[in-house]
Design a protein around this ligand. Structure first.
Ligand code: SF4
Length: 309
């Protein structure tokens, strides 16, 4: 076991990301058979930024599954979740698809445990592999988050290899570095060379929708690992100097419904960047990132991905 429940704990809260929520009963039964009282969190659990602080008030400890620690919060124990995969098969796919020999290796938490072995195997096959740890927000070498690509900061490789599912992190890595990025799913062994022009076109289209608007809401989340109130205040200052009428909209989970009746014409999201990138189509009004707002007011040239350090 790579986690320890404090000896004096009697009441345990369990926080699971959506993908693991179906296992809630199984986990609860196991803990109950060990003599604990269990409360399952029904709240969102998008990352380690998203700790159920209300539940924490009434339990002795929260077991937070599948994310690596971002914050050191008393009473929260992080439970790793690792997905097994065959690095030999991954290397075969790389050999057949990637000619470039200098690769930077990145992944998400559940696949990071095999990156060191994968690096060695790739090197044995003639690749030069960079595997670097990013800022304090990430734990493992090569680990990236939807809001943090610092593992690629100052990368000397020409090409990035992302091991994991979906294209979100790979697109983020490509925008962050401006380099070629391949996304390789280690289970299906599907490999994709990511294309960012569609992503950037959409983002600039959204920024252009904000041109000429006057009332802007700066969204701040109260979630402990997403709270960027200080940044929002800096941006409010810039907005007011640029002639906008601006307010901070403070909330926990950002959802389209919460913004329905507010009078703002567009929003700048300082909460999880994935909401701006993944969910923007669900919002009635344009919702842009802090960096996109700086482009809008002419303070920034060139696109930059939104990151939380
Ligand atoms: Fe993940 Fe968003 Fe939290 Fe970053 S802020 S850890 S991308 S849920």
């Amino acid at each position: 076991m790579e986690f320890e429940i404090p000896k004096d704990a009697k009441v345990i809260g369990v926080q699971l990301p959506d993908g693991l929520k179906p296992k809630a009963m199984e986990i609860s039964e196991k803990l109950k058979s060990m003599g604990y009282e269990v409360l399952i969190s029904g709240e969102s659990c998008f990352g380690a930024c998203d700790i159920d602080l209300n539940l924490l008030k009434i339990v002795d400890v929260i077991l937070h599954f599948a994310h690596t620690p971002i914050l050191n919060i008393k009473g929260v124990v992080y439970v790793p979740y690792r997905v097994d995969y065959d690095i030999n098969r991954v290397v075969e796919v790389v050999k057949s698809n990637i000619r470039e020999k200098k690769l930077a290796l990145i992944s998400t938490a559940q696949y990071c445990h095999k990156l060191r072995d994968l690096k060695e195997l790739l090197e044995a096959n003639g690749y030069e592999v960079e595997l670097k740890k990013g800022s304090r927000r990430v734990v493992y070498p090569g680990q990236v988050l939807g809001c943090n690509y610092t593992a690629l900061r100052n990368s000397k490789s020409n090409t990035v290899l992302f091991i994991g599912d979906g294209l979100f992190h790979a697109i983020g890595a490509s925008v962050y570095t401006g380099k070629d990025v391949y996304a390789l799913n280690p289970l299906s062994l599907e490999i994709t060379r990511v294309e960012t022009s569609g992503f950037l076109k959409e983002r600039y289209k959204l920024i252009s929708k904000c041109v000429g608007l006057e009332r802007v809401g700066f969204v701040v989340s109260s979630k402990p690992g997403q709270n960027r109130l200080r940044l929002a205040k800096v941006l409010i200052d810039k907005a007011e100097r640029a002639g906008f009428i601006a307010d901070i909209v403070y909330l926990n989970d950002l959802t389209p419904e919460k913004l329905y009746n507010l009078p703002y014409e567009f929003y700048v999201n300082t909460a999880c960047p994935r909401i701006s990138y993944d969910d923007y189509k669900n919002y009635e009004k344009p919702i842009i990132t802090p960096q996109e707002f700086e482009i809008l007011i002419g303070e920034r040239e060139g696109y930059a991905i939104d990151e939380i350090e």
